[in-house]
Write a protein that binds this ligand. Structure first.
Ligand code: ZN
Length: 203
């Protein structure tokens, strides 16, 4: 399975990193080895001094598809969760400056946190889901899927032009503003509405 990640999908986050607003979604992949195993702490890797949390809504693909039209995209997923796209921001900044791929900054072991899954049917609309990240009991990021530049069904249409989507693939849909550094002993908890979907400790 693969993790398909979207960058720059919320205007307020594009502004905080002083990035350009893209004309197409920014897409990158993480391998399955980047998934942080359940109940494990996140260990800060020794190649970065600036690991950031990026909280993101996740969508799990439940049917094989390619060239999926937006109007049919809703048939290709029935579970929603929340996760973290951990990013070595110092490394990513160097790679971006040189025009190089981001994998070393985004796809390392443990860089993908995946929360507990909720049925899509729990939500009136996938385009109106509140979510938040709490760090040591302060809210550091919050967003709503209505603020995405490309909504979930549009992302499925877009990424399936390039990649065949397979059962179990997960889409990370981008982060809202409020990304920031984590340090040892931080506790990160992710919520969709008032339901906690993950809790991890940084080491
Ligand atoms: Zn991200």
């Amino acid at each position: 399975m693969k993790l398909i990640c979207i960058g720059r999908n919320y205007t307020d986050h594009i502004k905080e990193l002083e990035n350009e607003k893209p004309t197409d979604p920014v897409v990158f992949l993480k391998p399955d080895t980047s998934i942080l195993l359940k109940k494990q702490p996140f260990f800060i890797p020794d190649f970065s001094e600036d690991i950031h949390h990026e909280v993101e809504i996740l969508v799990k693909i439940n049917k094989v598809g390619k060239h999926i039209a937006k109007k049919f995209a809703h048939k290709y997923y029935d579970q929603i969760s929340l996760g973290i796209d951990f990013t070595a921001r110092d490394l990513q900044t160097q790679l971006k400056a040189k025009g190089l791929p981001w994998e070393k900054a985004k796809a390392f072991d443990g860089a993908a946190v995946i929360g507990e899954w909720l049925p899509k049917s729990d939500f009136k609309s996938v385009d109106d889901i509140d979510f938040s990240l709490h760090k040591n009991d302060a809210i550091v990021q919050d967003g709503n899927t209505s603020l995405m530049l490309w909504k979930i069904d549009e992302l499925i249409e877009y990424v399936s032009k390039y990649f065949t989507l397979k059962i179990g693939d997960i889409i990370f849909t981008g982060t809202p503003a409020g990304v920031g550094k984590v340090i040892a002993n931080d506790k990160l908890k992710g919520y969709i509405q008032d339901k906690q979907l993950f809790s991890i400790t940084v080491k």
